[in-house]
Design a protein around this ligand. Structure first.
Ligand code: CS2
Ligand code: MG
Length: 409
C-alpha cells in the first residue's frame, strides 16, 4: 500500500477548513483534518511544501513510523502548525488502514467501550432569559449536557455568546470574527464577569434542576486567584467542569486554583503535545484533557496522551468546536468510543453547508454521539462542493481591557 499522492484541499463553506487527502497506489483514500483557526494557510503550506513530498512512495500502513519520521525527523518539534500537519497525515493513514481492514476505526483502537459518547452543546444568551431559551433549544436538539456562556452587563459582545436570540438564525461560531484582513476587537472586564457569572448559574439551576450537567468556558481570561475565586463561587451549582480558567501555557497556575476549589477543571484546547500536560497530570491538577485530535498530532498521539491521563484518573473531554472539521470530529468520536477513560465530547454541530462538503456518517441520538460502522473514519469529501467555497481570511477576535490593554482569552 504505497502512497501515491497527498493533496491539500482548502475550502470555506462558512468557515475555513484545511484537509489532507492521501491516496494509495491501490486506490484507497484517507482524509485528515489540518484546520488551525485563523492560521489555516500556514498549515496548508507546511503540508504541501514540506510533508507531502516526503510521503510519496512510503508504505501507508506504517503509521507509527511515519509519525516519528515527521516529528523527530523534522528536528523542530511541537507547535500548533507542525502538530496539526502531523495530525492530518496520521488521521488519513488511520482512515486508510481501517478502510483496508473493512472496519470502522474504533475497532482497530480496541473496539467499543460504550454505546456512544455523551456530547455537550453550546448554549448562550446575551442575558438570562435568552440563555434559558437557548438551553431549552439545545435540550430539544437532544443534548443531555450543556455549556453555559453569557453576556456580561456593560460589555457589548462576548466571544462564545450568540449575538441574536436562540432560533434567530445566527450563531457566533460560524464566523468568530468578521471575514476580512483584520480581527474584530472585543472589550473585556474580568471583575464584571466574576460578579455576574455565579448568579447566572443560580438562575440556570433554579430553572433546570440539579441533574443536567453544566459546563463553563473561561477562555483563559482569569488570573489564578480570580479563577480560584470563581471555582469556589460556582461550587453550589455543581459544574461538570470549568474550562480554560487561566492561560494554558502556565501549568503551575493550576496548582493555585486546585488548592482553593473542588470545581472540576478542564484545559488543553490550545495544547499540542503530551509535554504540555506532564505537570498537570502527574500532580493531578486537572480532571479533563481538552486537546483536539487535529491539534495534537492525530489519533496516534492523542491515544498515548489519553492513556497517560488514565493512569492519573484524568478523563477525556476532546475539543469539538466547528473549527475542527467533520474529519477531525470523526477521529475524536472513534477514540471516544474506544478508550476507557472517556469523559465527554464537545459537539457544536457544523452548518448544513459544511456538511454538504464533508459527508458524515456519525449519529447523535439521546445525547450520545456514535462514529457509525462505516469502514475508516466514515467521512467523505465532496470535492466539487468544496471547490465552490474558496478560502477567505477570517480571524478570532482580539480581546482588550477597557483601557485598551491586550488581554488573554
Ligand atoms: C472554544 C472554541 O470550543 C471551545 O471550547 O474555546 O470556540 C475556541 O475558541 C475555538 O475553537 C478557537 O479556534
Ligand atoms: Mg474552549
Amino acid at each position: 500500500m504505497k502512497i501515491q499522492s497527498a493533496e491539500t484541499i482548502v475550502t470555506s463553506p462558512g468557515r475555513n477548513f484545511v484537509t489532507l487527502r492521501i491516496t494509495t497506489e491501490d486506490g484507497l483514500t484517507g482524509l485528515g483534518d489540518a484546520t488551525l483557526n485563523g492560521r489555516e494557510l500556514a498549515v496548508e503550506a507546511y503540508l504541501r511544501e514540506h510533508v507531502a513530498p516526503l510521503l510519496l512512495g512510503r508504505d501507508a500502513g506504517r503509521i507509527e513510523d511515519t509519525w516519528q519520521y515527521l516529528y523527530r525527523g523534522a528536528y523542530w518539534r511541537r507547535g500548533p502548525v507542525t502538530m496539526a500537519a502531523i495530525a492530518a497525515v496520521d488521521m488519513a493513514l488511520w482512515d486508510i488502514k481501517a478502510k483496508a481492514a473493512g472496519m470502522p476505526l474504533y475497532q482497530l483502537l480496541g473496539g467499543a467501550s460504550r454505546r456512544g459518547a455523551l456530547a455537550y452543546g453550546h448554549a448562550s444568551g446575551r442575558d438570562v432569559p435568552e440563555l434559558l431559551d437557548s438551553i431549552r433549544a439545545h435540550l430539544d436538539l437532544g443534548y443531555r449536557a450543556i455549556r453555559v456562556q453569557t453576556g456580561i452587563p456593560g460589555l457589548d459582545s462576548v466571544y462564545g455568546v450568540a449575538s441574536s436570540p436562540a432560533g434567530g438564525g445566527e450563531r457566533y461560531d460560524y464566523e468568530p470574527a468578521q471575514r476580512g484582513a483584520l480581527p474584530a476587537e472585543e472589550t473585556w472586564d474580568t471583575r464584571a464577569y466574576l460578579r455576574h457569572v455565579p448568579g447566572v448559574f443560580e438562575a440556570v439551576r433554579a430553572e433546570f434542576g440539579p441533574e443536567l450537567p453544566l459546563l463553563h468556558d473561561g477562555h483563559h481570561r482569569m488570573t489564578p486567584i480570580q479563577a480560584a475565586r470563581l471555582g469556589k463561587a460556582l461550587e453550589p451549582y455543581d459544574l461538570f467542569w470549568l474550562e480554560d480558567a487561566t492561560p494554558g501555557e502556565d501549568q503551575a497556575a493550576l496548582r493555585l486554583i486546585r488548592q482553593h476549589t473542588t470545581t472540576p477543571l478542564a484545559i488543553g484546547e490550545v495544547f499540542n503535545s503530551v509535554h504540555d500536560y506532564t505537570t498537570l497530570l502527574s500532580e493531578r491538577l486537572i480532571d479533563y484533557v481538552r486537546s483536539a485530535v487535529t491539534h495534537t498530532g492525530g489519533v496516534t498521539a492523542m491515544k498515548k496522551l489519553l492513556d497517560l491521563a488514565g493512569v492519573y484518573g484524568v478523563k477525556s473531554g476532546m475539543h469539538g468546536p466547528t473549527d475542527i472539521s467533520p474529519v477531525g470530529m470523526a477521529a475524536a468520536l472513534h477514540l471516544d468510543l474506544a478508550i476507557h477513560n472517556f469523559g465527554i465530547q464537545e459537539y457544536m454541530r457544523h452548518s448544513p453547508r459544511t456538511l454538504e462538503v464533508f459527508e458524515t456518517s456519525y449519529t447523535f441520538e439521546e445525547g450520545l454521539l456514535h462514529p457509525s460502522d462505516t469502514p475508516g473514519l466514515g467521512v467523505t469529501l465532496n470535492t466539487e462542493a468544496a471547490a465552490a467555497f474558496p478560502y477567505s481570511a477570517a480571524y478570532l477576535p482580539v480581546n482588550r481591557l477597557t483601557d485598551g490593554t491586550v488581554h488573554d482569552w
